[in-house]
Design a protein around this ligand. Structure first.
Ligand SMILES: Cc1cc2nc3c(=O)[nH]c(=O)nc-3n(C[C@H](O)[C@H](O)[C@H](O)COP(=O)(O)OP(=O)(O)OC[C@H]3O[C@@H](n4cnc5c(N)ncnc54)[C@H](O)[C@@H]3O)c2cc1C
Length: 344
């Protein structure tokens, strides 16, 4: 009897999981809910979830996915993404290169070399203990170093680009020198195209809106992103630890005072030039509005929160409503800060 398409798909997925488990052991989980791995706490399952703790494992995984034609998507802490309710076909791999080190440059400065999976807020605490200044804006920004480089994350008037020196990148399609084989190269600050919440890594992932006002996710590529950040270096200055710790504590307190505690992915929209998305959404009368189980936070209008039970579609409903209402009321086109990932 001929196999149905569904049976064939299940068998293909099973074969992929088995091969991944042979190659990466316990780092592989099958049918893993993405809702567990994103701060919005929404999103369906990834067929395979693979946590990568070594650079050579990432190279091996990319090579294997390319050879077999498996879809592969790299993520960090999932604090700036909205995963689709349908989840993600193929493999979602979590960047967990978490080593970091310091090297003295001169009497005043040290060079920080950090794996892309290092947790930014934890690192900020450790640097404060050592009296190193330059990244304290990251207190309470819950992502990884890789995620911070992607969006040129920042707060309190400072950002990633202020101290970043270089980024180590895995070019998944290689370059002319590597003959198309995946290769790791180091790029300097001026090659990364940093701007406000923007870098070369985001250029292809801008979320547009359709005629119906709904966000349209960029089509999935087989391997994404094509340029994977594996680490970065930052030039930091030595100063009085007490002062750095004080700033870190003040930034944390500011977040507690101004941001909601429920599940969210931080600011949903970038701020338009000279204004704040939160102010515009609030002025449009949308604070506290709900769609399904999602809500525009009554505390901060640029946060959409999931107090429990929301779906990605509920969040999208509010994104579309906020963008449409702000455009109608104020003529301002809000641009998404959060990225739509998975199978939309
Ligand atoms: C409560 C809260 C407060 C926040 N406050 C701020 C803030 O003040 N300022 C700010 O800028 N952001 C803020 N954010 C958003 C978020 O924390 C940052 O954008 C963070 O840098 C994202 O890192 P991540 O590891 O979670 O990336 P993810 O959300 O996992 O990924 C984001 C995108 O980057 C890609 N990516 C991740 N890692 C890599 C890598 N190594 N190589 C290539 N691509 C990669 C992913 O595929 C995805 O497209 C906040 C979020 C929350 C939940």
């Amino acid at each position: 009897m001929p196999l149905s398409d569904a049976t064939r798909a299940t068998e293909t997925t099973q074969a992929m999981i088995e091969e991944l488990q042979q190659a990466f052991g316990r780092a592989v989980r099958a049918n893993e809910p993405l809702a567990r791995h994103g701060t919005f706490a929404v999103g369906g399952p990834a067929e395979a979830w693979v946590t990568i703790q070594r650079e050579d494992d990432l190279l091996r995984l990319v090579g294997l996915a390319q050879a077999r034609g498996w879809p592969l998507m790299l993520v960090g802490n999932g604090t700036n993404v909205l995963y689709a309710d349908a989840g993600a076909r193929g493999i979602v791999t979590r960047m967990a290169l978490t080593a970091w080190s310091l090297q003295a440059v001169d009497s005043e400065h040290s060079l920080l070399t950090a794996g892309a999976g290092v947790s930014l807020p934890k690192l900020v605490n450790d640097l404060a203990e050592r009296g190193l200044t330059g990244l304290e804006w990251g207190a309470g920004v819950p992502g990884t170093i890789g995620g911070a480089v992607v969006s040129n994350a920042g707060a309190h008037g400072a950002c990633t680009a202020d101290t970043l020196q270089t980024a180590r990148i895995l070019f998944t399609s290689g370059d002319t020198e590597s003959g198309g084989a995946p290769v790791i190269r180091t790029l300097r600050l001026n090659e990364l195209d940093f701007a406000y919440r923007h870098s070369r890594f985001r250029a292809a992932r801008r979320v547009d809106f359709g005629d119906d006002g709904q966000p349209v996710a960029a089509p999935r590529a087989q391997i994404e992103p094509p340029e994977m950040i594996v680490g970065a270096t930052f030039l930091l200055r030595h100063t009085d630890p007490a002062g750095v710790k004080e700033r870190v504590a003040a930034y944390r307190q500011h977040r507690k005072d101004t941001q909601p505690v429920q599940a969210s992915a931080g600011s949903v929209f970038k701020n338009p030039p000279g204004d704040h998305s939160g102010r515009l959404i609030e002025a449009a009368g949308l604070k506290g509005t709900t769609f399904g189980k999602a809500q525009i936070s009554p505390k901060h209008a640029n946060f959409i929160v999931n107090p429990g039970g929301a779906t990605a579609s509920d969040v999208v409903g509010l994104i579309a409503l906020a963008r449409r209402t702000v455009r109608e009321r104020f003529g301002v086109e809000l641009e998404l800060e959060v990225e739509l990932r998975g199978d939309w």
